[in-house]
Each structure stands twice: as structure tokens, then as C-alpha cells.
Design a protein around this ligand. Structure first.
Ligand SMILES: C[S@@+](CC[C@H](N)C(=O)[O-])C[C@H]1O[C@@H](n2cnc3c(N)ncnc32)[C@H](O)[C@@H]1O
Length: 245
């Protein structure tokens, strides 16, 4: 059973999905924004760093919702994803991995919110990343690391999407003098089967690249039988690491 997305070269995957990322992930993004808004208190004076921010779908929603005075800084290594991000109001972009950003931009002003949403599994050197967080997080700031642990689209052969060890995240944070708290939250949304199945057929999760067309069709058949009617009650479950000074 496939259980982990490769830490290898994911550039090709994000290049392929970049142009349809916002539309295909709109529901997933909305679920994540709700979770962020429940977990963090924003004020318009917040300075927000969105590491692995991709197309800046989340950056922009947060900027708009909280009437942020400063643009959200969206950092991502994928040119293709950033090309979509660059057209968005309220967003500034830097092309870099998390590791490169924290090494090369260590003289940046501090941020009151640092987000790492659905990107931790790509970090090759999480220790280096949290060393950077310790430097660039304001004294009263919060860094939030999360990924949907459960997605409604997980047909049985796909298995658990990611095995992120949150206790390791806490260890990396604490090794850099930060405090970490691990909690969980969930968000239920109703989505059409049509959009769910097209997400799978477009292999929007990079792990789906390891499946043949007929394996994906089998998975879709299984999901179609699992959920009655034309929609899916999509229960997203998140484990969340909240990191402070
Ligand atoms: C699943 S997408 C998540 C995008 C956005 N945060 C969201 O939740 O929709 C993962 C993103 O991580 C980026 N990424 C890959 N390796 C990275 C690294 N080492 N540091 C930061 N981001 C990385 C990818 O380019 C991609 O845009």
C-alpha cells in the first residue's frame, strides 16, 4: 500500500498541476483556511509568511479576510506554482525552498504568523527550517504546521496519504528553543463526486502518479459505492503543530 509521497523531485508534479491547482483544490483550500482561522487569531497588523505557499490560494484568502496591511509573503520553489501566485493581489513571492529561504533571507524582518501548510513532507532538512523559524518568528508570533491527515478521496489502495511524525516536528522546534503543541481539528464539507473524481483522474496528489489509469478507476468505483448520491460528505482531519517562542 502506498503510504508516503516521495521527498525526491516534485518539481515536475507541481509544474503539471499548477494551472488547475486553484480550481481543483478549491474545497481543500477552503477547509484549510477555516482550520487556520480557528487556530490563529489574526489582526490587520499581522505579518504573514506562507512557506510552501504554492499558488498563494491561502495567502490571498488570509490577506483579504483579515484586511492585512502588509502583503503575505509566499515562498515556494516551484516557478510554475509561483507564476499563478504572482498575479494575486496582497501577495509577494520569493522562489525558494523553505531551507533556502531561511538561510538566504535570514536578515528579513520578523513575521507574526508563519504557515507551513501541506508542505512539511517536502522538507529535506527540517532542523534547518526550524532554526530559521526561531530567528524569524516575532516574540508573540505563532508558526502553524499542518496537513490533512485524512481526505475523503482516499480509496483503500491509496492508503493514508502521508505519515508525518508530529513528535519529530515538536523535537525540531524544541531543539531551537521553541515550544510546540500538537492538537487536531476537522472540517466537513459537501463536494460533488464529479469534482472529487476529476481530482483523482488529474492525479492532483503526487502519489497518484504511481497508479495506472485502471487502478485509479478502480479506486473511483470504490468511492462511488462508499458514498450514496452525487455528493461526498468530505471530512478532512488535520493534526496541527502550533509553535511559539
Ligand atoms: C501540496 S502543495 C501545498 C501548497 C499550499 N501550501 C496549499 O496548502 O495549498 C506543496 C507545495 O510545497 C512546495 N515545496 C516543495 N518542496 C518544498 C520545500 N523544500 N520547501 C518549501 N516548499 C516546498 C511545492 O512546490 C508545492 O507548491
Amino acid at each position: 500500500m502506498a503510504s508516503n509521497i516521495s521527498k525526491g523531485d516534485n518539481a515536475e508534479h507541481y509544474k503539471r498541476v499548477s494551472s488547475c491547482y486553484d480550481s481543483m483544490y478549491s474545497d481543500n483550500l477552503a477547509a484549510k483556511v477555516s482550520i487556520i482561522n480557528r487556530q490563529l487569531q489574526f489582526t490587520s497588523g499581522d505579518t504573514v509568511l506562507d512557506i510552501g505557499g504554492g499558488t498563494a490560494g491561502m495567502s490571498q484568502r488570509l490577506w483579504k479576510t483579515h484586511n492585512l496591511k502588509a502583503p503575505v509573503l509566499c515562498v515556494d520553489p516551484s516557478d510554475a506554482m509561483l507564476q499563478i501566485a504572482r498575479g494575486k493581489m496582497g501577495v509577494e513571492t520569493i522562489k525558494a525552498t523553505a531551507e533556502e529561504f531561511f538561510v538566504n533571507y535570514s536578515d528579513r524582518k520578523v513575521f507574526s504568523k508563519i504557515l507551513m501548510i501541506s508542505c512539511y513532507h517536502h522538507f529535506k532538512d527540517p532542523g534547518l527550517v526550524f532554526e530559521g523559524v526561531a530567528r524569524l518568528l516575532s516574540d508573540d508570533g505563532v508558526c502553524l504546521v499542518t496537513h490533512a491527515e485524512y481526505e475523503p478521496l482516499l480509496f483503500s489502495r491509496l492508503g493514508k496519504l502521508l505519515d508525518i511524525d508530529y513528535s519529530q516536528i515538536a523535537k525540531h522546534a524544541e531543539a531551537n528553543g521553541l515550544k510546540a503543541q500538537i492538537t487536531s481539528d476537522s472540517e466537513v464539507r459537501e463536494v460533488t463526486k464529479e469534482s472529487c473524481f476529476s481530482f483523482l483522474r488529474n492525479r492532483m496528489f503526487s502519489i497518484l502518479n504511481e497508479f495506472t489509469d485502471s487502478e485509479i478507476e478502480e479506486g473511483i468505483k470504490e468511492l462511488d459505492q462508499r458514498y450514496d448520491g452525487d455528493t461526498v460528505q468530505a471530512a478532512y482531519e488535520f493534526t496541527i503543530a502550533t509553535i511559539t517562542k
